[in-house]
Ligand binder design. Structure first.
Ligand code: ZN
Length: 76
């Protein structure tokens, strides 16, 4: 993990480019790689932004120590 890693992202709500430290991101995995998403809170408009995470993004966020969460559908 590299402490202090920051990422530049676009907020889909206010469309501003914001820079956030890795701690502000959350990675969510679904059943398939295509269901991977990352999310963050926009510091400008306060929106909870959720975007699809491709392989490279997943790799970069994971390497930076971003917290990950795996969603598994409840059965029965
Ligand atoms: Zn925003």
């Amino acid at each position: 993990m590299e402490p202090g890693t920051r990422f530049k992202v676009y907020c889909s709500q206010c469309r501003e480019k914001v820079e956030l430290p890795a701690e502000e991101f959350r990675l969510t995995f679904g059943r398939t790689p295509a269901q991977a998403h990352y999310s963050f809170g926009c510091p400008l408009c306060g929106a909870a932004v959720r975007k699809p995470a491709g392989d490279k993004i997943v790799e970069a966020l994971t390497a930076a120590g971003v917290r990950t969460m795996r969603l598994v559908p409840a059965e029965g």
